[in-house]
Design a protein around this ligand. Structure first.
Ligand code: SF4
Length: 398
């Protein structure tokens, strides 16, 4: 039974303010935001309870499979932009925000933005290298932020995967600052051919527990972007093996394991297709999801982001086409349909490099998290309950 040891870990390792903000701003208000989302859906309005915002395009790393314009001049959303986006979403009951980049901690006003919204909860997808003693100390004082540090392999693999030297040790140094300052800490991995044997193991999870990590998020490597490295993609049986591992470890170890690809019965889902999340680019574009770098609208089109998103026929048709086509990832499985949607709507390529359409046209069809007949249902009652009520298809897959 892993819940009690996990709770004991959090209560003894994390700061009480950090725990309080997690329980209230993320837990209680997060559930409320999903209930409000369900109510909106019944009224035919789709505005996601979980917004993912890329606050800056710049990054100090050069990862294989990265779709962000890291080689172009760094651009960012201003503090005013961010406060307006967050404020508008909050006005409709949202409290959780996923903060992406580039590398979010390169944004000079990020900590101020967190401070501007003490009643919200921010999960920062970071490589951890800029989490200094001072940054971690401030995150503890704020209490409403959880760093999700990406680790993509052992030392040697990390340097290749991330296109720089000593990446693993620098990220671990950031993790150690988070542990010292009693934060709630996560580690994310895009599981691929070069790290699946090292990181999808019980030994690795036990190492993370020893390092003070409270939760992990195993993504599946997406073959996308200007340096897509298709050789890193997982085979279908490996995706199913990762799913089995996740379900098994959830009932075994005192560490939480997040996923955004499967419901309580083990049926695949796409967070974009269900409308549970959409993405704001570093340039303010309103995109279906982070890897679909095309848009018709921006956050500056109207005063209300809510109006922009609920009235977007581009987003609506993307959700419906994806849900009609697969329970998995339409970008991986049917890049041709993504291209057709983009062309039909006359959507803009939102990248600075301007090659997103050509990249899409180069993609081959491949499988994703949807492997019919290989569903692995949740084993642990807590995950089954949470997914059954707050993370499922929301009627998208009829
Ligand atoms: S389209 Fe693919 S990458 Fe985008 S949210 Fe859906 S599953 Fe994830």
């Amino acid at each position: 039974m892993m819940l009690i040891p996990l709770a004991r870990r959090v209560l003894t390792e994390a700061d009480p303010k950090v725990i309080g903000k997690f329980v209230y701003n993320f837990g209680i208000k997060g559930v409320r935001s999903v209930e409000l989302y369900k109510r909106r859906l019944r009224r035919g309005q789709s505005f996601p309870p979980f917004l993912f915002i890329s606050v800056i395009s710049g990054c100090q790393l050069r990862c294989q499979g990265c779709w962000v314009d890291v080689e172009a001049p760094s651009k960012r959303l201003s503090r005013e932009d961010l406060n307006r986006i967050i404020g508008d979403a909050q006005a409709h009951g949202n409290s959780y925000f996923g903060i992406l980049g580039g590398e979010p901690f390169l944004h000079p006003e990020l900590l101020e933005v967190f401070g501007d919204h003490p009643d919200c909860y921010f999960q920062v997808f970071t490589n951890g290298q800029l989490i200094t003693d001072a940054v971690a100390r401030e995150l503890r004082r704020l209490g409403n932020v959880t760093p999700l540090v990406s680790l993509e392999g052992t030392e040697a693999v990390s340097d290749v995967r991330r296109g720089r030297l000593n990446v693993f040790s620098k990220s671990l140094a950031g993790l150690e600052q988070c542990r010292r300052h009693k934060l709630l800490i996560g580690v994310a991995t895009s599981v691929c051919q070069s790290n699946i044997d090292d990181l999808v193991t019980e030994a690795w999870l036990r190492r993370l527990i020893a390092m003070g990590v409270h939760y992990v998020w195993f993504h599946t490597y997406r073959v996308i972007g200007p340096h897509a490295s298709p050789e890193l993609a997982l085979r279908p049986e490996q995706v199913v093996a990762v799913r089995r591992f996740i379900v098994r470890m959830r009932a075994r170890l005192p560490i939480a394991i997040v996923d955004a690809y499967w419901d309580d019965r083990g049926e695949a889902l796409c967070p974009m297709a269900t409308g549970v999340s959409h993405h704001i680019s570093p340039y303010g574009d309103v995109e279906p999801c982070p890897i679909i770098q095309f848009a018709r609208e921006t956050v500056r089109d109207r005063d209300s982001l809510f109006d922009t998103m609920t009235q977007s026929t581009f987003l609506q048709e993307f959700r419906e086409t994806a849900a009609r086509t697969t329970r998995g990832c339409i970008v991986l499985e049917r890049p041709d349909l993504v291209r057709d949607l983009v062309v039909r709507h006359g959507a803009r390529d939102t990248t600075q490099r301007g090659t997103a359409l050509a990249e899409l046209e180069r993609l081959e069809r491949r499988t994703s998290q949807h492997n019919p007949g290989q569903e692995v249902p949740e084993d642990h009652w807590a995950y089954r309950f949470a997914k059954k009520h707050w993370f499922f298809g929301f009627g998208a897959y009829t």
